[in-house]
Design a protein around this ligand. Sequence first.
Ligand code: 0X9
Ligand code: CA
Ligand code: CA
Ligand code: CA
Ligand code: ZN
Length: 310
Amino acid sequence: DFPPEDRGYHNYDEVVAELGAAVADHPDIATLTSAGTSHEGRDIPVLKISDNAGQDEAEPEVLFDCNQHAREHLTTEMCLRIVERFTDGYATDPAIAEMVDSRELWVIPVVNPDGSIHDVASGQYLGWRKNRQGPGTDLNRNWGHKWGCCGGSSGNPNAETYRGTEPWSAPETAALRDFIDSRVVGGEQQIEAAIDFHTYSELVLWPFGYTTDQVTEGMTQEQYDRFERVGTEMARTNGYTPQQASGLYITDGGSLDWMWAEHGILAFTFEMYPAQGGGLEGFYPPDEVIAEETARNDEAVDVLIREAGV
Ligand code: 0X9
Ligand code: CA
Ligand code: CA
Ligand code: CA
Ligand code: ZN
């Protein structure tokens, strides 16, 4: 488990318990399902938040996913913050109620349960990034748009950015793909916007990651400008640096490229706190920072939820 001094972080079982409690406390506005199972057979829980949550209503949908990378535990806390704010805040905060009533929010706090558990199992942080399939696949190199195209991933199974044997070879990415595909209703993708949370570097990133070109096949100038406008607006609220994902380095098989190219989802990757971390240490900020560093993204989350209606 997490070391004693970091017990403010939620392990997988605690996340599942929190989600169960959110649904028990707010059955009208929250439902819990599973996107599928991990390599080791654990559920990948999906919490939906909306008025009449049990019904699929004609409301813009927004997806938040966290912890594709095992060691990026602060992101799981970010997803839990979103759950807490939009469920507990519903009865008392009119702005929250407005968003919950007019949107359908999907929150996936632990995309990579096996890796996340493995990273803390010994009581000492391992710095584990990948899933637990063989030597491990980097889930954020295993998505199906231009998989392995461009030097932004590795074909070496022992590498930290191993892309897997083929697109979707990891059950975790296949589960997310199936979930997102399932939100195509009447030929239209219902999810309009998404944030995939990572750590660290304090960045707001948008597609594409596989090329440094701004305008290319599947991205017009107008579309790019919208990403830049919304990304810059979100970054103004949290103090992160906004840029195209490939400005960091080239990645292929990343989630946001597929979400945008395949489904037209206004998809962002956030790299959370800290801005700089001296290698592995940056992945393990003390639990004392959780409250501040997750609340820091409240406004950006709201900006995107509102943008999804436009
Ligand atoms: O390399 C990654 O997957 C992300 N950085 S991290 O330090 N969290 O590993 C950045 C990904 C940005 N690009 C895409 N999502 N395409
Ligand atoms: Ca502590
Ligand atoms: Ca609703
Ligand atoms: Ca709907
Ligand atoms: Zn990451």
